[in-house]
Each structure stands twice: as structure tokens, then as C-alpha cells.
Design a protein around this ligand. Structure first.
Ligand SMILES: [Zn+2]
Ligand SMILES: [Zn+2]
Length: 245
């Protein structure tokens, strides 16, 4: 029997009213945030650092870099995030990270896709989880976002181009210096996949930008494999060195 999926989906939509992704208030036919929660999400907009996307508090030249990026330019060309990680936005990330709040994937991916310009022929891939962590969690939330973003932007979704070679302890309570040490040599582009990366613009997707150490470590191996450039894209971004987990 053939099932009319669009009709089926419409019926499901009618049966399950869409709720605010933060507080759960019923929104009717509109997906997203209710008017009470919306102002509590600190969406990032210009001005921000041309490289790492750190928001600036005052208007400044579009090419301006923040202090750390001027001191030592990260290996990714740009990093962009949808909102700052604050008390207000914290539960959106945590729900997504640790609970099965997967219904938010299309909305989050839509927000993330809007944060990036057009990059024709780009490869889109998630920061990989070690297989043991993937086994415990059953899904890599960054991969779900990357797949949907690739679809929205017309990029090629290439999750197997980057692998995590060794399991790294949770980054949560480490200083920036220890985080860098923690993720160094954790990632690799498999030898037989290197020719796929060569000369390509790559979009690296993760849920949160904390210090940028993980994204930088991934960028290092992608560039070494011959990628033309790496652009990082995350949902949340820690601002001013907050600890989050
Ligand atoms: Zn709400
Ligand atoms: Zn910066």
C-alpha cells in the first residue's frame, strides 16, 4: 500500500501542535520560540570578529579581529554561531545535547544555515564523536545538524571525511591550554579519503563553540589533507570564557 507521506505529515502536524522549543508553550502552527522566550536568546549579529565571530560591543570595521585572533589567527578562516551561550539560551543547548530533543534539528539547522554565506561546492561535515561515545548517545547531534544544513545550502554532506582517533576526556572543566592539549592529535582524515578533501572548501559543524580548540584541531588535519579552507559553524558560542557543562 502506498502511503501519501505529505498528507500523513500534515495530519501529524495537525495532531501535534508545535511548541516553543524553550518553554513548551503551544504556538499553534508556528515553530520556534514564544514571544516571552524570544528576547532571552542572545542571537549574534554584526559587529563581530571577522575570524572567530566573537561579538563586539561597539560598532567597528567589518574586517576587525578580536584580541586573541589578532595575536594568533586560528586555522579556520571563519567561525560563525547563531546565539551566545548564556543562562537564557543554556537549556536549548543542553536539551539538544543530552536529551532527545531532536525535533529542534530543522529549526536549528535553518538558523545555522542563515549564518553562513553561499559557498558553492563546499563539503559539510560534523565534528566526529568517538565511536564509544556515539554508542552511548546513539546519535551525534552535530551530524544531524550538518546533514540538514548541507541539504538547505546544497552542500555535499561528507561525515566520514574526518574521524576521531582517540577518545578525549570531556572538555567541560578544562582550561583553554588543557583543552588544546586534550584535542591535539585526536582527529584524522583517513588516508583513502584525502583526495575527497583536496582543494575543497569545508564547513565544520558542531553544537557549541567553547574555546575553538576542537574546531582548530579539526581544521589542522583538514588543511593538512589539502582542504582549501575550513569554516566553522556552531549553534551556540561561549562568550568571555564562561564554563558551560
Ligand atoms: Zn517559550
Ligand atoms: Zn576572533
Amino acid at each position: 500500500m502506498r502511503v501519501n507521506l505529505s498528507l500523513f505529515n500534515s495530519l501529524v502536524d495537525l495532531a501535534i501542535p508545535l511548541r516553543c522549543i524553550k518553554c513548551g508553550t503551544i504556538l499553534g502552527d508556528k515553530e520556534g520560540l514564544c514571544p516571552i522566550c524570544w528576547p532571552h536568546i542572545p542571537f549574534i549579529s554584526k559587529p563581530f570578529c571577522a575570524c572567530c565571530g566573537l561579538p563586539f560591543e561597539f560598532d567597528i570595521d567589518e574586517d576587525a579581529l578580536c584580541g586573541p585572533c589578532s595575536y594568533e589567527r586560528p586555522l579556520y578562516t571563519t567561525a560563525r554561531s547563531v546565539f551566545a551561550y548564556t543562562e537564557g539560551s543554556r537549556d536549548l543547548i543542553l536539551k539538544f545535547k543530552h536529551m532527545d530533543a531532536l525535533s529542534s534539528v530543522p529549526l536549528f539547522a535553518h538558523w545555522m544555515a542563515r549564518s553562513m554565506g553561499e559557498m558553492e561546492g563546499a563539503l559539510c561535515l560534523p565534528v566526529p564523536l568517538h565511536w564509544t561515545r556515539l554508542f552511548m548517545r546513539t546519535y551525534n547531534q552535530a551530524a544531524l545538524l550538518a546533514r540538514e544544513i548541507a541539504r538547505l545550502k546544497g552542500w555535499m554532506y561528507t561525515p566520514s571525511l574526518l574521524v576521531r582517533k582517540r577518545r578525549t576526556p570531556s572538555q567541560g572543566y578544562l582550561s583553554k591550554k588543557d583543552r588544546i592539549k586534550n584535542v591535539e592529535r585526536a582527529f584524522a582524515v583517513p588516508e583513502i579519503k584525502k583526495h575527497h578533501v583536496f582543494g575543497k572548501t569545508t564547513i565544520l559543524v558542531d553544537d557549541v563553540f567553547t574555546t575553538g580548540a576542537t574546531l582548530n584541531a579539526c581544521s589542522k588535519v583538514l588543511l593538512k589533507a589539502g582542504a582549501r579552507s575550513v569554516h566553522a559553524l556552531t549553534l551556540g558560542r561561549v562568550v568571555r570564557g564562561q564554563q558551560i557543562f
